[in-house]
Design a protein around this ligand. Structure first.
Ligand SMILES: NC(=O)c1ccc[n+]([C@@H]2O[C@H](COP(=O)([O-])OP(=O)(O)OC[C@H]3O[C@@H](n4cnc5c(N)ncnc54)[C@H](O)[C@@H]3O)[C@@H](O)[C@H]2O)c1
Length: 267
């Protein structure tokens, strides 16, 4: 990496989310873990969850090592409507309400069209990328509407563009759905004081992207050809925007989609 390219800015202590109660899904890895830790550093009370109990516990332990607390329910499967409701009720009961919902949890299966199995790949991706966002928003809504709250969903560069070498058919459909759903939710939430925005990252180095980066020949190079800034993303690159969108700094921002993608979708 050229030394003129800045690395991701690490999280640091501050008070940008002081007094906020934030539910962050998918804290067991990657972007959800990064946001949970950065939110706690900025003074939010964080309630997390993950289907992967060990991953979520590692995040809670990492917070404790910094003298911070993350309250986590794990294992918890967000494709189960009752589990989603349990998470939101826990946050509201134990912490007095919900101000921010970050829907970072997702599961997507990658396969080319002719190899894609309807049940194993396609339907699991729709549940893992679309149902989880719908169910979490629906379960959180009654708790959010009294608080002037912020919902942050994850679309993707893949909601707008295809990447050569990436068998992302179901993922593209899932993230397109999240993008469209979030716009509608913003419209429904506006009169209630609930803001809803999406973040659309290009490739961020996480558990989800480790496999293609390490196993598909030429994949990293293909990704890099689209990046105007020649490094991959890190969870902290996303975390700083999530802090802004969760805070009152963004109180006039809703129905917006934020590309954090090193310029990949601009040309
Ligand atoms: N990493 C990227 O390059 C990238 C790019 C665009 C969009 N995104 C989106 O950003 C979000 C975070 O991505 P990431 O790369 O950190 O993913 P990740 O796979 O590294 O982490 C996702 C976490 O969600 C959890 N999870 C999955 N399904 C769950 C369920 N049903 N219930 C509870 N927990 C569940 C996983 O166990 C995991 O800990 C996702 O919505 C993803 O689609 C990521």
């Amino acid at each position: 990496m050229s030394n003129t390219i800045k690395p991701a800015l690490p999280g640091r202590r501050g008070d940008r989310l002081a007094g906020k109660v934030a539910v962050v899904t998918g804290i067991g890895a990657g972007i959800g873990r990064g946001i949970a830790l950065m939110y706690a550093q900025q003074g939010a009370a964080v309630i997390g969850c993950d289907i992967d109990a060990a991953g979520a516990q590692a995040t809670a332990d990492a917070a404790a090592a910094q003298g911070l607390a993350i309250d986590s329910l794990h294992p918890l499967d967000l494709t189960d409507p009752a589990a989603s409701r349990r998470l939101m009720a826990h946050a509201a009961d134990r912490h007095g309400g919900i101000d921010i919902l970050v829907n970072a949890a997702a599961f997507g299966a990658f396969a080319w069209l002719e190899e894609m199995d309807f049940e194993r790949d396609w339907k699991r991706t729709m549940a893992g990328e679309v149902d989880v966002v719908f169910l979490a928003c629906q379960a959180a809504w009654p708790h959010l509407k009294h608080r002037g709250a912020s919902v942050i969903n994850f679309a993707s560069a893949n909601a707008r563009m295809a990447l050569p070498l990436s068998p992302a058919l179901a993922h593209c459909a899932g993230k397109g759905a999240v993008l469209a759903m979030s716009r509608q939710l913003a419209m429904e939430g506006g009169p209630l004081g609930i803001r809803v925005n999406t973040i659309s990252p290009a490739l961020v180095e996480t558990a989800a992207t480790k496999f293609p980066l390490e196993n598909i020949p030429g994949f990293r190079e293909q990704v890099m050809t689209k990046f105007m800034i020649k490094r991959t993303g890190q969870p902290e690159d996303i975390g700083w925007l999530a802090i802004y969108l969760g805070s009152d700094e963004s109180s006039w921002v809703t129905a917006a989609d934020f590309n954090i993608d090193a310029g990949a979708t601009a040309w």
